[in-house]
Design a protein around this ligand. Structure first.
Ligand code: AMP
Length: 216
């Protein structure tokens, strides 16, 4: 199965993509994670992307397309994947379509994870990553025991550099202007499914699996 997870920042695309990877063995391709790794590694791409990402703007279409091509070609599992964070505009969607046509790997579905704006802002502004376990925690929604677990393991709760309020608002605006048109684009292609992303992770996951009628 080959799917795209579409949704605003904070809609839970990454979390749901990880679950699909864990439960069904899909290859997760997250352009956000690949770019953050490039920044950590200090690569040329990372240097170009750093300030753009911190501000919440989009990195160039050429860079992200190269990352997608590299991920697909370096995996032995390119038949089944979940794209999380790509495409983010119409031009990226068209490039993806060309690439997947060339590879004879057509998409099965694009699933929109639909979340209210207020919830998005709370999720993003409360998001922290445990420096020790790498687990994502939310200071508003996580159980105290999850936070304690990180501290007891000697970890610190780190905020992503683009999870400050100014960047969050910009990211949501960029989503509305550039990414939301993809909803109609995939609706017209007949590939769009919608899952309500306002609930807890497990409930959203069930909806998502139902939406794509998983037959992996
Ligand atoms: P994410 O982890 O998906 O929220 O992405 C974090 C940031 O990485 C975004 O705000 C963009 O700056 C950059 N990014 C991720 N995916 C893309 C993409 N497909 N096109 C352009 N920029 C991207």
């Amino acid at each position: 199965m080959r799917i795209i997870l579409l949704g605003a920042p904070g809609s839970g695309k990454g979390t749901q993509a990880e679950k699909l990877t864990f439960d069904f063995g899909l290859l997760q391709i997250s352009t956000g994670n690949l770019l953050r790794q490039a920044i950590t590694d200090g690569t040329k791409i990372g240097k170009k992307a750093k300030a753009i990402m911190a501000a919440g703007d989009l990195v160039s279409d050429e860079i992200v397309l190269d990352l997608i091509k590299m991920s697909l070609s370096s995996s032995s599992n390119q038949n089944s994947f979940v794209l999380d964070g790509y495409p983010r505009n119409i031009s990226q969607a068209k490039s993806l379509e060309e690439l997947l046509t060339d590879l004879d790997l057509p998409l099965d579905y694009t699933v929109l994870i639909d979340v209210d704006s207020d919830t998005l802002i709370k999720r993003l502004s409360g998001r922290r990553i445990c420096s020790k376990t790498g687990k994502t925690i939310n200071i508003y929604f996580s159980k105290q025991s999850e936070i304690d677990q990180c501290i007891e393991a000697g970890g610190e709760l780190i905020q992503r550099t683009d999870d400050n309020l100014e960047s969050i608002i910009n990211r949501i605006n960029v989503y509305k202007e550039q990414t939301e048109p993809l909803i109609d684009y995939y609706k017209l292609n007949g590939l769009l499914k919608v899952a309500d992303g306002n609930s807890e992770i497990e409930i959203v996951n069930k909806q998502l699996i139902q939406a794509i009628g998983i037959q992996i």
